[in-house]
Design a protein around this ligand. Structure first.
Ligand SMILES: [Ca+2]
Length: 470
């Protein structure tokens, strides 16, 4: 009897009645790259999801892939964790950070991921199957080739930590795996399914099936549009599978982009200024929606600011799970806002990556801007709700406010970068501003390659085979 009691006490806190969570993320999709924002790119499945749920109208990601994924997974600012650019072969999210799937798994969830990780590749200990996911699939690095599944010349495709060689277009493969994970889940447990599409990130690679949908769109935009359509079809298949499995009403569904679109790569962030990598609105204000049938109001729109680091506290609040994080969240629980529009109090929000930061407070936005391949950092101040296109710079009108906001922005520690290598890469706290020399450094190679260039050749061993096994 004693043993039985102990076993019961050790059972996960949640029964199968807890809602599932399906979190889908696009990669480098801009504001004007979805049908419901008036784009020429057709996204009927995403549009339907938005209609069925809460449209996130003021949702802010970080300006680049890895920082947003850090924010999503930890509920904490990637700035204070040193993830200030795309994580390269030698970088990684610090292993003492606690991740969302770890909390959910501890609460009895099955945890699945399909797609792009981009939070560390050098060490096995930083891979998704060691960071809270029961089952994982896809690529660990960044701009994987859609057809060869290579990155920087090495195969970067795995299932549960085993190198995987298979034919197929990555967006369709990721969708297929997500469907398989969903259908073969343990139905006695709730499920957390994280689908991190690599689309429409470069390299710009599409199939005829999707190119045919855009006969009148030209150049990179046509390739990009086709890639978005493949992802939109994937979203539609996953939503259909929830219906087929009879769990559509028991599942909280999120769909968002991870940062603004790369303009050279065919994306559009109109009417916003800037794009991927910048802290102007085009780089960070991205499309998103949340659906939970019967719980959230279909067709509603959330106009409060919502940020990528809010997901951990918000999702755990929504499903009634106690977060297991030890380090404090930077994000806030936005569930009351999603549920019924309750105004959630939040102090200032700081978003950014190396050289490009923004702080939001009381309707003001201060932007620290460093153009690519430039040493010149400039500051800009906007009434962001009245001036979403950031056309009217008020920095000369409100210099004292700008100084105050800059100090607040800089109050978040900026430790040495852990994204690219283990060496400190120049000044952090109190970094120079306008006119001061700045260490020359490549920001993750953004735009360095031809957007259409993939990885046709295999010139090194598969990444997982050379990862450190400590
Ligand atoms: Ca991205």
């Amino acid at each position: 009897m004693f043993v039985r009691t102990v076993v019961l006490l050790l059972l996960p806190a949640l029964a199968s009645a807890a809602p599932n969570i399906v979190f889908m993320m696009a990669d480098d999709l801009g504001w004007n790259d979805v049908g419901y924002h008036g784009s020429e790119i057709k996204t009927p499945n995403i549009d339907a999801l938005v209609e069925q749920g809460v449209e996130l109208d003021r949702y802010y990601a970080f300006p680049l892939c890895s920082p947003t994924r850090v924010a999503l997974m930890t509920g904490r600012s990637p700035i204070r964790q040193g993830v200030d650019s795309p994580i390269g072969p030698n970088g990684g999210l610090p292993l003492d950070e606690h991740l969302l799937p770890q909390t959910l798994r501890a609460a009895g969830y099955e945890t699945f991921m399909a797609g792009k990780w981009h939070l560390g590749i050098e060490r096995i200990a930083s891979h998704p199957y060691r960071r809270g996911f029961d089952r994982s699939y896809g690529h660990l690095g960044a701009a994987v080739d859609y057809f060869t599944h290579r990155w920087l010349g090495g195969l970067d495709w795995h299932r549960n930590g085993e190198v995987l060689r298979e034919e197929g277009y990555s967006t369709e493969l990721i969708t297929s795996e997500a469907l398989d994970q969903l259908r073969t889940r343990d139905k006695s447990k709730p499920m957390f399914l994280y689908v991190a599409f690599n689309a429409p990130h470069t390299p710009l690679q599409a199939t005829e099936t999707y190119l045919k949908r855009y006969p009148n769109v030209e150049g990179n935009r046509r390739l990009f549009a086709a890639m978005v359509s493949a992802m939109d079809d994937g979203v539609g298949k996953i939503l259909a599978a929830l219906e087929m499995e009879g769990i559509a009403d028991d599942t909280l569904v999120v769909w968002v982009s991870d940062n603004g679109g790369g303009i050279r790569a065919g994306a559009s962030n109109e009417p916003f200024r800037g794009g991927k990598g910048s802290a102007f609105e085009g780089g960070i204000r991205v499309p998103g929606a949340v659906r939970w049938n019967g719980v959230l109001t279909a067709g509603s729109k959330l106009e409060q600011q919502f940020s990528a680091h809010d997901w951990f506290p918000t999702l755990t609040s929504a499903v009634g799970v106690e977060p297991q994080n030890v380090k404090p969240f930077d994000g806030v629980d936005m569930w009351p806002a999603l549920e019924d529009g309750t105004a959630v109090a939040r102090s200032e929000t700081v978003i950014g990556v190396d050289g490009n930061y923004a702080i939001f407070r009381d309707g003001w936005k201060l932007v620290e801007f460093t153009p690519r391949n430039s040493n010149q950092t400039t500051m800009h101040l906007y009434r962001i709700e009245d001036d979403p296109s950031e056309e009217h710079d008020l920095i000369e009108v409100k210099p004292d406010l700008a100084t105050e906001l800059l100090a607040r922005m800089r109050s978040i520690p900026r430790p040495p970068s852990v994204s690219q290598d283990v060496q400190p890469r120049g000044p952090r706290p109190g970094a120079p501003t306008k006119g001061a020399p700045k260490a020359k450094k490549g920001r993750g190679g953004r735009g360095a390659r031809d957007p259409q260039a993939g990885w046709p050749d295999e010139t090194r061993e598969p990444w997982i085979d050379t990862a450190l096994r400590d």
